[in-house]
Design a protein around this ligand. Structure first.
Ligand SMILES: [Zn+2]
Length: 207
């Protein structure tokens, strides 16, 4: 897809689809947040990158969206509203606070739309969940995202959700480290920056 976008290069380190979706804004809590989902096309790029759309589905949706640009724009706006609700819910939980009712209500509205598209299919004698249709519903990438948020909320992993300790970062992740003391979204990113800053401050303090 487009080479002018970076949505397809974002780290998927949240440990859960819905948190990776929340992490499509970088430096969220800083004065200069960076948005990676600037339009519906970015949403498609990220969804293929995250593995919730096949590349064929993403291409099909791209041409569908060209025929229905207003609908695509409305779905992009819906995706951002959902993402922000997911961020607020898990950011508050990570800080030990209950989510806002409005955010849960938004999640539940999206959940009822998504679950209406869930099917049981038979495949080689086994049964499995499958999302309905192939690639005509422009909002189909939101279904697994919203389901992932609901699954995370009701699972034990909810208590392991953390927000990166680096100032301004705002990325969320599930802390699966054995001692439950992971502080940074990525040691090579925020962890190193924090270490470098401490080093710099120590040096400055000495001189
Ligand atoms: Zn971070």
């Amino acid at each position: 897809m487009g080479e002018d976008t970076h949505a397809g290069n974002l780290s998927l380190l949240g440990g859960c689809l819905c948190l990776d979706f929340a992490n499509t804004v970088d430096w969220r809590t800083s004065a200069h947040p960076r948005e990676f989902l600037n339009d519906y096309a970015d949403l498609l790029v990220w969804s293929a990158h995250a593995g919730i759309l096949s590349h064929e589905e993403a291409w099909r949706l791209r041409s569908e969206a060209a025929n229905r640009p207003e609908e695509a724009a409305a779905i992009h706006a819906r995706a951002i509203a959902l993402r922000e609700a997911i961020y607020r819910i898990f950011s508050r939980l990570a800080a030990g606070a209950p989510p806002e009712e409005d955010d849960l209500a938004l999640l539940n509205r999206e959940l009822s739309a998504a679950l209406a598209k869930l099917r049981v299919v038979r495949n080689n004698g086994e049964f499995a969940w499958k999302w309905d249709g192939e690639g005509e519903a422009l909002d189909r990438m939101l279904w697994p995202v919203v389901r992932s948020a609901a699954d995370l909320l009701i699972s034990g992993d909810r208590e392991k959700v953390r927000e990166c300790a680096a100032e301004g970062c705002g990325w969320l992740f599930v802390d699966t480290s054995r001692n439950r003391r992971r502080k940074w979204c990525a040691m090579t990113g925020c962890g190193n920056r924090a270490k470098a800053r401490r080093y710099y401050q120590r040096k400055r303090g000495r001189s």
